[in-house]
Design a protein around this ligand. Structure first.
Ligand code: L34
Length: 293
């Protein structure tokens, strides 16, 4: 079977068009412009491009963004002070501190400093805890984006056997917890595999839906996927490629060409999950602004 490709860019665009209308309505009827505080520390090229894309997307749909690009030497105190200022700023409904942070900064201390009511990344322990026990919470953007991609592609989650490869705090763990919830975005049976899993292929071969979030190219190969399975590739890896102008190309965690021959549905990299991560950040920012009315 040759897979149908899930067009993440198109689905992201559809959601952004919906959000744009909501933003216009918020402005017209309540005089409220959703605002996102953006903080990037250091000059990691990938982070810089993601943050720029997020700010551009904000502008596109009418969200105000407060751009803060800080040098790599920024101290934890300075960063915490900026977060505190954004917590108190009524124009700001969401705060994004792009990760990873430089090594001298304690990431969890910074995430803990964000007001949970403005935690549009869904990384604060309060947000994570609420989500896990099934209370209303900001859902972190990449896992929520994956679920939106599946639902908007007509994939049934209810009762599905899902295997997630990767146990990170920003993808694997939250996604597994969302997918097991008793709600419309869940009701799946979830297995989380990781570097200590004994026989990875044995697990992935049984899955209706395989989600690769390991951060390593070729983690999922064709022999590991059942004929007709749905494959979501969360990986974004830069590999050297002297034939490209930029000197690199992007690949996911899945051997795309071979797996696409077996899967029924598959996401590409780029143009799959990445644009959805950005879109769900916009979604959370709009939700946060709505909740202040
Ligand atoms: N705080 N830190 C915080 N929130 C996040 O949600 C993130 N994440 C991850 C890294 N750190 C974070 C992102 O923004 C990963 N991530 C992210 C965002 C966007 C894209 C990829 C990862 C993306 O747009 N990818 C494009 C290709 C971009 C390119 O050309 O480099 C794609 O089509 O996959």
């Amino acid at each position: 079977m040759a897979a149908r490709i899930i067009d993440g860019k198109q689905i992201a665009q559809d959601i952004r068009a919906e959000l744009k209308e909501t933003v216009a309505e918020l402005k017209a009827t309540h005089g409220v412009t959703p605002g996102l505080g953006v903080i990037l520390v250091g000059d990691d090229p990938a982070s810089r491009s993601y943050v720029t894309a997020k700010e551009r997307a904000c502008e596109e749909i009418g969200i105000y963004s407060d751009d803060n690009r800080l040098p790599a030497e920024t101290t934890q105190e300075e960063l915490l002070a900026l977060v505190g200022k954004m917590n108190r700023d009524p124009k700001i409904h969401g705060i994004l501190v792009q990760l990873p942070l430089p090594k001298h900064i304690d990431e969890s201390a910074v995430l803990l400093a964000i007001d949970p009511d403005k935690d549009v990344d869904g990384f604060h322990p309060v947000s994570v805890g609420r989500m896990v026990i099934g209370e209303k919470a900001f859902l972190s953007c990449t896992p929520h984006g994956v679920i939106q991609l599946l639902q908007r592609s007509g994939v049934t989650l209810d009762g599905a056997d899902v295997v997630i490869v990767g146990r990170s705090n920003i993808v694997g763990k939250p996604l597994a917890n969302m997918l097991i919830q008793k709600w419309d975005k869940g009701n799946a049976t979830v297995t989380v595999c990781h570097t200590r899993t004994k026989n990875l292929a044995e697990h992935t071969r049984r899955a209706d839906i395989v989600i690769a979030a390991a951060g390593r190219p070729n983690t999922v190969t064709a022999d590991m996927v059942r004929e007709g399975a749905v494959v979501i590739d969360v990986g974004v890896n830069r590999v050297d490629d002297p034939t490209r102008e930029r000197g690199y190309r992007l690949v996911g965690d899945v051997d795309f060409a071979a797996v696409a021959e077996k899967a029924s549905l598959i996401t590409p990299v780029p143009g799959g999950v990445g644009p959805m991560t950005i879109t769900m950040l916009l979604f959370n920012t709009v939700e946060s602004a709505k909740s202040t009315l």
